[in-house]
Design a protein around this ligand. Structure first.
Ligand code: UTP
Length: 297
């Protein structure tokens, strides 16, 4: 199977309870990272990797997400009449990125449940999943590498990040064995949010996946797991065993910059890092930060 993968599923229906009260009336994926909502970075990443058919899984605050990728005539007309082309381009940018479809998750019954809501749209072809609160720095390569691996191995692919063992309880952890390719491992087991003592490794599964469509059948029969939620990790665990010829699961180890904008500290780091690297803000922000650090006991 060598046909090009075109579809991406972006789950953005979580409750975002770690960010309350900011997320009371707004999805966490709409939190601005400098001057763009997190979700726009994720959509840009999918498009840059050649995925142009996007399905967003949305929850009770759907409108903010849908509106962000829609036109806003009033704003466009006002900016056009003022001749403010730069700001007009900023308004139009998200609208012109890709063909975006939306489906409601209904009850937020977990990431696995959110992904299963994409079945009808995706059909019988491999597809990518990008978590809407997980940012991969646009200067580092990940998704296109994973898409290549999927085509080459005809398997399902997850992204892995080596984390401090003290942090592994926050992630799905992978049991792995090497392949003959650097930074590609075969996954032999997965455990959702394990205690450090029982974690199979410090390879954490992060929010990028390229999956074979058989995952939908597996998710259908996946019982609620940790936290009473239907876990994507549990379905991938079954596929890693390759019991029904689903090609197994491989991991691509990512060594670049990644920010979890659903976590407060990581969110703040993302804003500071990305602003510090920008031409329009970097010089002033770095100078202020240096001064701030010397003034802080
Ligand atoms: P998280 O576990 O980080 O999301 O889900 P959460 O439950 O919203 O976070 P907290 O712990 O309450 O703060 C990872 C990704 O899966 C999506 C989230 O939107 C996020 O992109 N998700 C999670 C869903 O779409 N539906 C769900 O039922 C759960």
């Amino acid at each position: 199977m060598t046909s090009r993968i075109t579809k991406a599923v972006i789950p953005a229906a979580g409750l975002g309870t770690r960010f309350l009260p900011a997320t009371k009336a707004m999805p966490k994926e709409m939190l601005p990272v400098v001057d763009k909502p997190a979700i726009q970075y994720v959509v840009e990443e999918a498009v840059a990797a050649g995925l142009d058919d996007l399905l967003m899984i949305v929850g009770r605050n759907k409108n903010a997400l849908a509106n962000h990728f829609d036109r806003v005539m009033e704003l466009e007309v006002t900016l056009a009449s003022k001749g403010d082309e730069a700001k007009l381009a900023k308004v139009e940018e998200p609208t012109n990125l890709a063909d975006i479809h939306f489906v409601r998750q209904g009850d937020p019954k977990g990431l696995g449940h959110a992904v299963s809501r994409a079945r009808k749209h995706v059909g019988n072809e491999p597809f990518a999943v990008l978590l809407g609160d997980d940012l991969i720095d646009a200067r580092d390569v990940l998704l296109s590498r994973m898409l290549e691996e999927q085509v080459q191995r005809n398997a399902s692919i997850v992204a892995l990040l080596e984390v401090d063992p003290n942090q592994i309880h926050l992630y799905g952890a992978a049991e792995v064995e090497p392949t003959d390719e650097p930074d590609v491992v075969r996954i032999t087991g997965l455990v959702e949010k394990p205690a450090k003592e029982v974690a199979p490794s410090n390879y954490a599964v992060i929010g990028r996946y390229v999956l074979r469509p058989e995952v939908f059948e597996v998710l259908e029969r996946t019982e609620p797991g940790k936290g009473g939620e239907i876990q994507l990790t549990d379905a991938l665990m079954e596929m890693a065993g390759d019991v029904e010829g689903t090609g197994g699961v491989y991991g691509v180890v990512f060594r670049g910059r990644r920010y979890d904008t659903g976590d407060k500290l990581d969110y703040i780091k993302a804003v500071v890092q990305l602003a510090a690297d920008r031409d329009d803000l970097g010089v002033d922000l770095r100078a202020w930060l240096a001064d701030f650090v010397t003034r802080t006991p």
